[in-house]
Unconditional design. Structure first.
Length: 135
């Protein structure tokens, strides 16, 4: 039951992260005339930070993680690996499936699913490592 609870909240955090990511990158490009590649780095950091705060407060509130600074660093590392896997899966789908060249959303969806699973597993096993005990 706890796993379902965590998965549900992790999904909500992912939606929040997407909104932050898309909002920041679009705002920087449209209103501040930023380069979209540089803006994407900033938006990733903002989204990863927002999802970290959300997930530490809701998804994994019952799990211990050590200090906030080291937790945030581990979170960024897990999310960074997830981002690389997301893009790699996207590229693989486009390479293996010619239909995806006309419908790249198929690659985006595949990358998102694979990376979300990896991110959740990494967050659970490496960032939020165990159940909190009452002291």
């Amino acid at each position: 039951m706890r796993l379902k609870h965590e998965l549900g909240w992790f999904f909500v955090g992912g939606v929040i992260g997407f909104v932050v990511d898309a909002g920041v990158v679009q705002s920087l490009v449209a209103f501040a005339d930023w380069d979209p590649y540089l803006a994407r780095v900033v938006s990733f950091l903002c989204a990863a930070s927002a999802t970290w705060v959300f997930n530490r407060s809701f998804t994994f509130a019952h799990r211990r993680s050590g200090g906030a600074a080291s937790e945030w660093g581990r979170w960024l590392a897990v999310m960074g690996v997830g981002a690389l896997v997301n893009y790699g899966t996207y590229a693989l789908v486009l390479w293996l499936w010619p239909l995806a060249h006309h419908w790249p959303v198929l690659g985006v969806a595949a990358g998102s699913v694979v990376a979300a699973g990896l991110n959740f597993a990494g967050a659970r096993a490496w960032v939020f490592t165990g159940v909190k005990t009452s002291s």
